[in-house]
Design a protein. Structure first.
Length: 317
């Protein structure tokens, strides 16, 4: 959201190059290939390895963050390892080992309440280990300095981008709310944050135990409460994230009480009011960026009403 420079979604793009890239990837993987997708990547999944390719030409550093994370070690939880890198027609690519496990959103609905709680505790424990890992910051795409300044700059960019799209009343309210919330954006010690934690980036076994974490595109050295940003968003509106065939299964918000281990891990000495303000500020930036991409709608109007009411983190803090 704030820190991912590869913001364009290529899932449905019909690039002329895609057929050539797909054929190359199939030959390289030498076996059955599934075609995945991501925000800013073409993904080809083989039986033992995964290839990620940058659709844009001329960005050799595109997957440096994968190399930076390749030495991460979390007890009992696998993370991707870089096997090979290169370029194809000027497009950067990286080959990673494939991690065995089922995608979290396919397994979660069938888990018992205790099993769901166990999975969230396992994930919080994994994040605690990840926070102790220090990668080569120069290989990450996110700026690590002046986090409050980054958030303020992201808000100002997003606000300017939607000036002709969002109703004036909402723009005025957004400016006022952010000015209030920004007072809580004090600098905090930075730790390694995944930044995109939802069930699509978790791999679990048949019993719901956590076995892998993937997709480190939004990795950043950031204040620990930044990790709560995507977690809260997914927990509140899971149907917006899962595949279409699962939207009815995830038609209700998830139990916010299950996020308690993450709050305990990430809040540090922040008061309830400060944590709520920081998360609300991030969510407002996210919503403005969505409007910039998809336009104004009744659904967006409802979301802005919730966020601007100050109740975004209600139930979490």
């Amino acid at each position: 959201m704030l820190i991912n420079p590869w913001v364009r979604n290529y899932e449905k793009d019909d690039h002329a190059a895609l057929a050539r890239v797909r054929e190359w990837a199939a030959n390289k993987l030498d076996g059955p290939v599934d075609y995945g997708f991501g925000y800013g990547t073409w993904v080809f999944i083989g039986t033992e390895t995964v290839i990620k390719i940058d659709p844009e030409v001329g960005r050799p550093e595109r997957f440096s963050h994968e190399l930076a994370m390749s030495d991460l070690s979390i007890p009992g939880v696998a993370t991707p390892r870089v096997l090979e890198t290169g370029t194809l027609e000027g497009r950067a690519w990286v080959t990673l080992n494939r991690i065995e496990g089922s995608i979290g959103y396919n397994v979660w609905p069938n888990l018992s309440d205790p099993a769901q709680r166990k999975l969230t505790v396992q994930l919080a424990d994994a994040l605690a280990h990840m926070q102790q890992f220090t990668p080569d910051v120069g290989m990450l795409h996110a700026a690590s300095e002046n986090w409050p300044g980054q958030v303020r700059a992201a808000f100002n960019r997003a606000l300017r981008a939607v000036d002709a799209i969002v109703p004036g009343r909402v723009l005025t309210q957004s400016q006022g709310a952010f000015a209030q919330w920004a007072e809580a954006l004090d600098e905090r010690p930075r730790v390694l944050c995944h930044g995109d934690l939802w069930f699509g980036n978790l791999l679990v076994d048949d019993d719901g135990g956590l076995v892998g974490i993937v997709d480190f595109d939004r990795i950043a050295m950031a204040p620990p409460d930044y990790e709560l940003d995507m977690l809260l968003r997914f927990w509140r509106y899971p149907w917006n994230f899962v595949p279409e065939q699962l939207e009815a299964t995830y038609e209700m918000p998830l139990d916010l009480d299950l996020l308690r281990p993450f709050v305990e891990l990430c809040r540090g000495g922040l008061s309830d009011e400060a944590l709520s303000s920081r998360l609300s500020a991030l969510e407002l930036v996210y919503r403005l960026n969505l409007v910039n991409r998809f336009g104004w709608s009744d659904e967006h109007a409802e979301m802005f009403e919730l966020v601007l009411s100050g109740d975004w983190a209600e139930g979490l803090v």
